[in-house]
Design a protein around this ligand. Structure first.
Ligand SMILES: [Cu+2]
Length: 475
């Protein structure tokens, strides 16, 4: 029961934040970013300005020391962008960081030139420069955005945001909540810990934070203004943390994974939510009910994440939907016949290295297919040659083989894929798939878009130190 678990406020570092109220405020550039923003972003015509810049954010309670971070539009997380399926989204990205950056639209199937990977799909956006992203959102669902350069540090300093694509025939709910989950590694002064580039993090489980946030907040009590049906969109925007969310209260349906609908299924525990992944839940809350959510991602250090209840007094009444929950409207993604799969070309992708491995060395922490791309985040850090090539419109089976002793959520850009479950069924459409230590998984995918596309581990310290390459889709 959650009352026995520690809350996030009990985390050691948080009490440290509280005791450092008097450190002076930094971030001279924050005024520039606010000026460049020109007020609120608008989404009426799916045209946005996104400014990345240093800023200071009140992570702890009021009166305590703000944290110097890197922010999209001055907030942590950045603005939540809501668009309609089929819209052409236009984002002017302005970089006011002290280093080059970009924005990648995680999970969005788009043209290669808009994928936001410096050195592969576009030049880096230098400090003071801008880049206009234009893409059509083909799929409704829960997506997110973040830089794709020096990702461990840029996300670890706060550059994350959600992108929600709505459908005209969306399943009706009274409240549509987004929880962008993240963690930050903070020092004793409540500032971002400067341990970026740590070989220990790279070779082990990545840069785990010491404080977990929901939409940048420490609040563990959330409320909707009145009862009814609630959609909760969970996004894991942390560098390395695996969430395993246990749900106590009303019955909860899992309705989408990585943005794409799945048949509604009542769960007491959501699938593991690895970095980059999303899960959508739908549940009904009436009268005095509350949904309590615990994170058992690390079974030895489970904690109470938050609860969702109805504000008191409730200011209205939601609809009563009964037990009837229809699947979300499907996205038009490639479909596969199970009978065609044995005929498809199979491409192995072997992940090796990391701590406790003989393949690991200071020059090569991780390897993909035995190859160790240059460490770091320069223009050739993902290797000069593609890991594999696929013809346009070809379907292939990719065999992911984790020879290491560590978890790897593997993310492919430019495609959605399905895991092959045994010989006769397919898992849900995904863009990021978690491999446990020593695990092998086969996925089927169809190459729909030309170009060079990243394939990498979404534990960003693994990505930084070798688990990052690309595949080529050619005509
Ligand atoms: Cu990894």
């Amino acid at each position: 029961m959650s009352v026995l678990l520690p809350s996030r406020r009990d985390f050691l570092v948080f009490s440290s934040i509280c005791s450092f109220a008097s450190i002076c405020k930094g971030g001279a550039i924050s005024d520039i970013s606010k000026a460049a923003l020109g007020g609120q972003v608008t989404n009426t015509d799916s045209v946005f300005n996104i400014v990345a810049a240093p800023d200071s954010v009140q992570l702890g309670p009021q009166g305590h020391q703000p944290t110097a971070m890197w922010c999209f539009n001055g907030s942590y997380p950045g603005p939540s962008l809501r668009v309609r399926r089929g819209d052409e989204v236009q984002v002017k990205f302005i970089n006011l960081l002290p280093e080059p950056s970009s924005i990648h639209w995680h999970g969005i199937r788009l043209l290669n030139a808009m994928d936001g990977v410096p050195g592969l799909t576009q030049p880096p956006v230098d400090p003071g420069e801008s880049f206009v992203y234009k893409f059509v959102c083909k799929d409704a669902g829960t997506f997110w955005y973040h830089p794709h350069l020096n990702s461990s540090e840029q996300l670890g300093r706060g550059l994350i945001g959600s992108l929600i694509v709505e459908d005209d025939t969306e399943t009706e709910v009274d409240h549509d909540l987004i929880w962008l989950l993240s963690d930050l590694r903070l020092d004793q002064k409540g500032q971002i810990h400067e341990s970026f580039g740590s070989i220990h993090d790279q070779a082990h489980a990545g840069r785990l934070g010491n404080v977990v946030f929901i939409n940048g907040s420490l609040s563990d009590s959330w409320s909707v203004p009145y009862g009814g049906r609630i959609r909760l969109r969970l996004i894991n925007g942390s560098n390395a943390r695996l969430f395993r969310l246990r749900l106590n209260g009303p019955s909860v349906n899992q309705v989408a994974i990585d943005g794409h609908p799945v048949p509604p299924r009542v769960i007491r525990e959501a699938d593991v939510l690895a970095p980059g992944q999303r899960i959508d839940l739908i549940f009904d809350l009436h009268t005095a009910e509350e949904l309590e959510i615990e994170d058992h991602g690390n079974p030895d250090r489970a904690y109470f994440l938050a609860k969702i209840g109805i504000a008191k007094p409730s200011i209205g009444r939601g609809q009563w939907y009964g037990q009837n929950l229809k699947p979300l409207p499907a996205n038009d993604i490639p479909q596969f016949q199970i009978t065609e799969i044995p005929r498809l070309r199979e491409i192995p992708l072997v992940l090796s290295g990391g701590a406790m491995s003989r393949q690991m060395s200071p020059q090569s922490v991780w390897q993909m297919n035995g190859r160790a791309p240059t460490m770091g985040h320069g223009p050739d850090h993902f290797g000069r040659e593609p890991l594999f090539s696929i013809s346009l419109n070809e379907s292939v089976v990719l065999k992911l083989i984790n020879q290491s002793a560590w978890f790897h959520p593997m993310h492919l850009h430019g495609v959605v894929f399905h895991e092959l479950l045994g010989s006769d069924s397919l898992g849900p459409a995904r863009d990021t798939l978690l491999l446990a230590p020593g695990q092998q998984k086969r996925v089927v995918l169809k190459a729909e878009f030309l170009g060079d596309w990243m394939v990498h581990c979404h534990i960003l310290e693994h990505q930084h130190s070798g688990l990052m390459g690309y595949f080529r889709v050619s005509a």
